[in-house]
Write a new protein. Structure first.
Ligand code: ADP
Ligand code: MG
Length: 313
């Protein structure tokens, strides 16, 4: 690279290492040193994004930074953890300074919004790919897990479903893609406030990265239960309803990944004290003792739903 690895880190990444509590030592040494307050657990999650697999080669550096960060922080949201620290392994084909400047500015903005700091990473040359590890804090034993759903619980989701998949479809199929749907693909929002609010309230939670049916399927499997979804209650956005038939919209809502909304379960009467999740929320079904995932249509007909989402292998 024309710009040395160290100059690149110094120029574009070093300044992102402030803005979070608990950083005893950030970028610049062999390890970062982080303070974990007594009584808190460290929530950790790592995600890799590869060009051509997780994002199109045409993505802007700002969209890439936003998408990567939110996709990764979404896992913290799903656990009810408070975001704190990020490490970033960056593989770049070249040290393109305008690209790096735009990427770092957008990453910095995203980090600031979450109260996070970039505390370390690795920089290598190769085909464009990013690996982000997020670190968050959650009071001991209060994390939202996948294994707590019980028969009789309600099934809920935040926001609207299927928009990211519709956005990708717009990008690939349409001459004049709908900008709101595109935005849901390129600029997802990790539902951190919702996750924090659901702590101590939800019996289980998961973020929707592979599609509602697949991700709810993980909750059902881990909890040893089943569910029936009310198909006519799936929350659909206005641009979704304007651009797609009801049947196509339902397919996107059930199977489309990358929305990064939360799917959660609440014990009976749990919704009365749910309050403000920072985003709309909708009840979409009920947890059953009988295993499997079923859909009930407006006419009351019940059918088994396929649970497969996007799988790499
Ligand atoms: P080492 O060889 O000891 O692993 P490096 O020379 O790779 O360390 O990195 C020097 C410092 O810069 C370390 O503190 C490392 O965490 C940080 N760093 C390297 N790449 C990145 C990156 N992409 N984002 C954030 N910090 C980085
Ligand atoms: Mg070292």
């Amino acid at each position: 690279m024309s710009l040395s690895e160290f100059a690149l880190i110094e120029r574009y990444l070093q300044s992102l290492s402030t803005g979070a509590e608990g950083v005893a030592l950030g970028i610049g040494d062999d390890c970062a040193l982080l303070e974990i307050p007594a009584g808190q657990q460290l929530a950790l999650s790592v995600d890799t994004l590869v060009e051509g697999v997780h994002f199109p080669a045409t993505i802007s550096p700002a969209d890439l930074a936003c998408r990567a960060l939110n996709a990764c922080v979404s896992d913290l949201a799903a656990m009810g953890a408070e975001p704190r620290w990020l490490t970033l392994a960056l593989t770049l084909p070249e040290a393109n300074e305008p690209w790096l400047a735009a990427f770092a500015a957008a990453l910095g903005e995203g980090l600031k919004g979450f109260g996070m700091a970039l505390v370390g990473g690795d920089t290598t040359r190769g085909a464009l790919s990013l690996t982000l590890q997020v670190h968050g804090l959650v009071p001991a034993a209060q994390a939202l897990r996948r294994d707590g759903a019980r028969p009789g619980d309600g099934v809920y989701v935040t926001g609207t479903l299927g928009d990211a998949m519709a956005g990708l479809d717009q990008l690939q199929q349409r001459q004049a893609p709908n900008s709101a749907l595109l935005g849901r693909f390129f600029r997802p929002c990790a539902r951190v406030q919702a996750g924090l609010r659901l702590r101590g309230r939800a019996s289980a939670a998961v973020d929707i990265s592979d599609g509602l049916a697949a991700d709810l399927g993980h909750v059902l499997g881990r909890s040893g239960v089943g569910a029936t979804l009310w198909l006519d209650q799936l929350p659909l956005s206005e641009p979704m309803r304007d651009n797609y038939t009801a049947e196509q919209a339902q397919r996107f809502a059930l199977g489309g990944g990358e929305d990064f909304e939360l799917c959660f379960t609440l014990p009976p009467a749990g919704e009365t004290e749910l309050g403000d999740l920072g985003v709309s929320w909708t009840r979409i079904g009920t947890i059953d003792a009988e295993p499997g995932l079923r859909g009930r249509d407006a006419a009351g007909r019940i059918a088994v739903l396929p649970q497969h989402g996007y799988q790499h292998f």
